[in-house]
Design a protein around this ligand. Structure first.
Ligand code: ZN
Length: 105
């Protein structure tokens, strides 16, 4: 898995949307209705507080994962189990990080 980090806001304090790098679909939730974008490549969408209740999950990424027994966190688990056809984009903000997992098809 490849990880890329960006900031939710650019240096002019404008919100930076996340788009799928393969097809260009906007994945960041709409401001009006909060609906998260969808395309063939986005596999998993959550925030740093919703790993166990993601906005979108198209594969079972955490079936062998027990946060109680396994001291590594969710991101470590993905790093150990996914190959480089997966790209994890982290959109960091001061209170909550958003996590977007894409897969090249
Ligand atoms: Zn796409």
């Amino acid at each position: 898995m490849i990880t890329y980090s960006t900031d939710e806001y650019n240096k002019d304090n404008e919100s930076q949307d996340i788009h799928c790098l393969f097809c260009g679909t906007k994945i960041t939730p709409n401001e009006e209705d909060g609906i998260v974008g969808d395309c063939a490549h986005i596999m998993f969408t959550c925030t740093s507080e919703t790993w166990d209740n993601p906005e979108n999950s198209k594969e079972e990424f955490f079936t062998d994962f027990n946060i109680e027994e396994d001291l590594s966190d969710y991101m470590d688990h993905l790093e150990k189990t996914l190959d480089d056809s997966y790209l994890l984009v982290i959109s960091a903000s001061h209170h909550l990080d958003a996590v977007y997992l894409f897969k090249q098809k």
